[in-house]
Design a protein around this ligand. Structure first.
Ligand code: NAP
Length: 336
């Protein structure tokens, strides 16, 4: 007869980007039994980022290398990585949190830290995927410095396009904001700032049909939204800001989201509106989405989650060595 296979742990971290890896590091170092669930290699958006130059204390590092070190560090402090996605998170009457992974395995945690990140929306045009990281970017702060002296195209008409477009002028020779309508979704203050900037031009009522190049981006094919006429424009890079989709569907209906779908959290603890469920990084409603902010959020969330678990168990966490025996084995082949 089979026994219940629910694994009881202190902290479950859902997602293995910089926020998740940091939360796992702190929770493990706090000597709590910690599992990080991530269906892919750990690193999240770090794995899509070539060179990182704005992580304090590290003058320059490849995203993939930073991810590997962060993962090793979390595992060294006792966090176990399970290479599975989580399909369900539910608060039980007991106050503990039930999780089920993609293979149907059940876990019960004292606290959960949601760090599943999100993805910039894609334009879906020819050349976008081919030139990603070679002239196509979704992050001005991350990549702007690689486009010094270039004439750039920014796609979108929301806050991100207008704000990041102006940000790019510190490196670029010129920035042309291409937007499919002739009115903006962005706040007027951001539109005004862009209009006033001598390096910013607009091409409204226009869509980008194709991104062209030879090894790296050299141009775009534009289409007039009214006449349908197409034209070619040379460019040294295309920054796409047509929205960001947070991976917050897991708990839809369970926690408070902002109008764009991000989790609203308590600023002091990073707790969501569900007691015992915390959120950090790109899933959280906040001004910006940087590695440093993800790491900061996750530090707060892990410390708050530790207190949450300890207050409910009435004692400090058991020793990591003892706790470790309660955990499943590290997913085989899940390298860090
Ligand atoms: P957003 O507000 O959803 O705007 C996306 C823009 O991309 C819209 O102008 C949209 O055009 C355009 N777009 C969408 N799909 C497109 C496509 N397939 N082809 C061409 N254009 C397309 O997204 P966001 O600017 O990333 O902002 C996301 C959230 O973060 C918002 O809530 C925003 O307020 C917030 N945010 C705030 C700040 C700030 O306060 N400083 C900065 C950045 C982001 P249409 O307008 O025609 O739909």
């Amino acid at each position: 007869m089979s026994r219940s296979t629910t694994t009881a742990i202190d902290i479950a971290v859902v997602g293995g980007g910089p926020a998740g890896l940091t939360a796992a590091l702190y929770a493990g170092r706090n000597r709590l039994t910690t599992i990080l669930f991530e269906p892919k290699e750990p690193g999240g958006q770090l794995l899509n980022t070539e060179l990182i130059e704005d992580y304090p204390g590290v003058a320059s590092v490849l995203g993939v290398d930073l991810a590997a070190v962060m993962a090793q560090q979390a595992q060294a402090f006792g966090a176990v990585f399970v290479r599975e996605g989580i399909t369900s998170v539910e608060r039980l009457d007991s106050g503990r949190i039930a999780l089920i992974d993609e293979r149907g395995t059940s876990y019960e945690a004292g606290a959960v830290i949601l760090t599943a990140g999100g993805n910039p929306r894609k334009l879906g045009v020819v050349g976008e995927e081919e030139f990603a990281g070679r002239g196509v970017s979704y992050c001005a702060v991350c990549d702007g410095a690689f486009f010094r002296g270039k004439d750039l195209i920014v796609v979108g008409g929301g806050d991100a396009a207008l704000e990041e477009g102006v940000y790019l002028t510190r490196y670029a020779n010129s920035v042309k904001i291409v937007h499919r309508r002739d009115t903006f979704r962005a706040q007027e203050v951001l539109v005004e700032a862009a209009r006033k900037h001598p390096k910013v031009q607009f091409q409204l009522g226009t869509t980008v049909e194709q991104i062209t190049g030879d090894g790296a981006v050299t141009g775009v094919v534009l289409r007039d939204a009214v006449t349908g006429a197409t034209s070619e424009a040379p460019t040294g890079g295309v920054f796409i800001f047509v929205g960001f989709t947070p991976n917050t569907g897991l708990l839809k209906g369970h926690v408070q989201h902002d109008s764009a779908g991000f989790y609203v959290t308590d600023a002091r603890t990073m707790m969501t509106s569900v007691p015992g469920v915390f959120a950090a990084g790109d899933v959280r409603s906040q001004l910006t989405r940087q590695i440093t902010t993800a790491v900061g959020d996750a530090t707060t969330a892990a410390i708050a989650a530790t207190k949450w678990v300890e207050e409910r168990s009435g004692q400090p966490a058991e020793s990591a060595t003892t706790a470790q025996s309660a955990l499943p084995a590290q997913t085989p082949g899940f390298s860090a």
